[in-house]
Design a protein around this ligand. Structure first.
Ligand SMILES: [Zn+2]
Length: 154
């Protein structure tokens, strides 16, 4: 029986149309998957799209569509690029797929039940563009050190 080999890409964030970096990563992972298949491994190659976040909600609102409609369009573009590049993925996963949501809920519940997730209070400077918290000392001229946009206390 062939040894199993699992490979995944990062899943493309659906806040906007994909960029060349998304395609580059997928092509590289595809080359590895194809090599491993030739070497006799039982390969499972996954790619897909990440479809949650405030940025998506905001961009959908600006476009006048629901977040679901927005991510359906972007995810379709990403998948279309994969298919046009003849990417040999075994699964194109979307974080809105019902089986994915069930697995995440299962993991979240396990972490919650063992006390790793609890209600607390946290404040920081939040950059919505980067979806990241920053400390005061990390800010550059009071703005996000990564993208330079305004941060808000959150
Ligand atoms: Zn930022």
């Amino acid at each position: 029986m062939a040894e199993k080999y699992y490979i995944t890409t990062a899943i493309a964030y659906t806040s906007g149309k994909p960029h060349i970096g998304n395609s580059y990563e997928i092509v590289m992972a595809d080359a590895i998957a194809r090599l491993k298949r030739q070497q006799g491994y039982d390969v499972f190659f996954q790619t897909g799209t990440d479809e949650h976040g405030q940025k998506i909600e905001e961009r959908a609102g600006k476009k006048g569509v629901s977040p679901r409609q927005y991510v359906d369009e972007i995810s379709g573009i990403v998948r279309g690029i994969c298919d046009s590049l003849n990417i040999s993925y075994d699964r194109f996963i979307r974080t809105t797929d019902p089986d994915h949501e069930r697995q995440v809920q299962k993991i979240f519940k396990k972490l919650y039940d063992q006390g790793d997730i609890y209600k607390g209070a946290y404040e920081g400077q939040y950059c919505q563009e980067c979806e990241a918290f920053w400390t005061e000392s990390q800010l550059v001229d009071g703005k996000c050190p990564d993208c330079g946009m305004e941060v808000k206390p959150a």
